[in-house]
Design a binder for this molecule. Structure first.
Ligand SMILES: [Zn+2]
Length: 465
């Protein structure tokens, strides 16, 4: 039956079955868009100015390439199809850049810039992070256009090329083009799902703040026999300062670092999550961290602090001396319930109150390394998209209140005021930042159907929740 929801979903899945999706993916993966490599700008620009326009040709989108104001950083591709300003507008997000290809390190000599199909696994750099995922969104749009003759809503496809570097300049691009990018909701396809067997939504990200703790007492070391016990040892001062931050079981003691409580809607979403045991991954240590919280609450609803590195003297060749300095780098990850810019001042107060004014706290960056964001799980758009996915998949999706990792949710929330919804189509074993990155073919096919269902439903009369 033409012109139906079922037909649009079948058409999107048919694009997978016919090999058209794979052929398009090959063209995207072939562009070495390694944003972390110097000299990548021509490839990033080509992806935006040639590869994506060719992919979307004939879909009735007008496109442009927005320059990044930060020197040497990749541009942002924007394609818009405005059918009726009275209808809702969806901003569809993807990123065209990839991490380094690491050619030569892949199993069996696999070429990162070619898609190699081995059973259900499709190998190639960007197959899941993120080319294969924004391709799902675009092919599903194409399927709905073909079935309905129009989308029934307005779509803005935005593909940035700096995500693997923390999206430098993206915030400024969003701010400068806020009118062009005005929308009702953000839907981004990226990241792994918690399970291979359930569709999923993520509603934001935890933020990350990094800083150094430095005890700098003297310019150089002094003989440990003549000066030990007389000169203050910076390593012990640092160790005691560190020990004041968490209990021996890892419970955070710094006032202001943890949420007063996990908001009820967030707790409900976390408690409803289904996890999958992936062989080879560690088991959580039940007695580490905030007592009384589940694993899900600890990583999606609470704050964590990690010592990333710690140094005194020369561990590979110690000298018999009282060292002059000691330092450690820490990282705090926090939900939207804690302000990122409050982390360092709170620690300063904590240390001063315990007599550690000799321990300096030096932020690594002015702002958060990445900001925290979370769309309310009770937001009407969340319920609308979840219902659409449930209708297509015949089971309720996992709703993750925020990713435990990072993504640029905060920029879209803060600069464009959008509810942020991520729909991941990969899995935890996909090796997305190492050699052997691969997609799972059944998840790609399922994603095409799910997205066609979502696009169809938004375009239905009354598609704005
Ligand atoms: Zn990535």
């Amino acid at each position: 039956m033409a012109g139906s929801r079922e037909a649009a979903i079948a058409r999107a899945e048919g694009c997978f079955d016919s090999g058209a999706y794979l052929a398009a993916l090959r063209r995207l993966v072939a562009v070495p868009t390694e944003s972390q490599m110097p000299g990548s700008l021509p490839a990033l620009t080509r992806y935006c100015a040639e590869t994506l326009p060719a992919l979307m040709q004939g879909m009735g989108f007008d496109h442009q390439v927005l320059d990044n104001a930060k020197p040497g950083r990749g541009p942002v591709f924007v394609a818009r199809r405005i059918e009726d300003p009275a209808r809702p507008t969806v901003l569809v997000y993807g990123h065209g850049d990839v991490v380094r290809g690491l050619a030569g390190q892949w199993s069996d000599g696999l070429d990162p810039w070619q898609v190699t199909v081995k059973g259900d696994r499709w190998y190639g750099r960007g197959t899941v992070d993120n080319k294969g995922q924004h391709l799902i969104a675009i092919e599903a749009l194409r399927a709905v256009l073909a079935e309905r003759g129009r989308l029934g809503f307005n779509a803005i496809v935005l593909v940035e090329t700096g995500e693997e570097q923390g999206s430098p300049g993206l915030r400024e691009v969003l701010r400068a083009h806020a009118g062009l990018l005005a929308a009702d909701v953000f839907i981004g396809l990226d990241g792994p799902r918690q399970t291979t067997f359930m569709p999923e939504m993520k509603l934001g990200a935890r933020g990350g703040v990094a800083f150094d703790l430095v005890v700098q007492l003297r310019d150089h070391a002094h003989h440990s026999g003549h000066w030990g016990g007389v000169l203050t040892d910076p390593a012990f001062r640092l160790a005691h300062a560190l020990a004041s931050i968490v209990t021996p079981q890892g419970r955070i003691l710094v006032e202001g670092w943890t949420p007063p409580a996990i908001p009820p809607a967030v707790k409900r979403a976390i408690d409803g999550l289904v996890f999958e045991d992936i062989p080879g991954l560690p088991e959580p240590d039940a007695d580490w961290g905030e007592p009384g919280l589940t694993k899900g609450e600890k990583i999606f609803g609470w704050t964590s602090v990690i010592v990333l590195a710690q140094l005194t003297g020369h561990p590979d060749a110690p000298t018999n001396a009282v060292q002059g300095a000691a330092r450690a780098r820490l990282q705090v990850r926090h939900t939207a319930d804690v302000r990122g810019d409050a982390i360092v001042p709170a620690l300063r107060r904590h240390l001063d109150a315990r007599g550690f004014s000799d321990v300096q706290v030096i932020p690594v960056l002015e702002r958060d390394m990445f900001g925290a964001a979370r769309t309310d799980p009770d937001d009407p758009w969340v319920g609308f998209v979840a219902a659409s996915m449930a209708r297509t998949a015949n089971r309720t999706p996992n709703i993750v209140p925020n990713s435990s990792g990072s993504n640029p949710s905060d920029m879209f929330q803060e600069e464009l005021g959008l509810p942020v919804i991520w729909i991941p189509n990969s899995y935890a074993g996909c090796n997305q930042h190492g050699p052997d990155e691969h997609a799972l073919a059944p998840l790609l096919r399922e994603g095409l159907g799910l997205m066609a269902g979502i696009w169809w439903d938004i375009g239905e009369k009354g598609g704005r929740p």
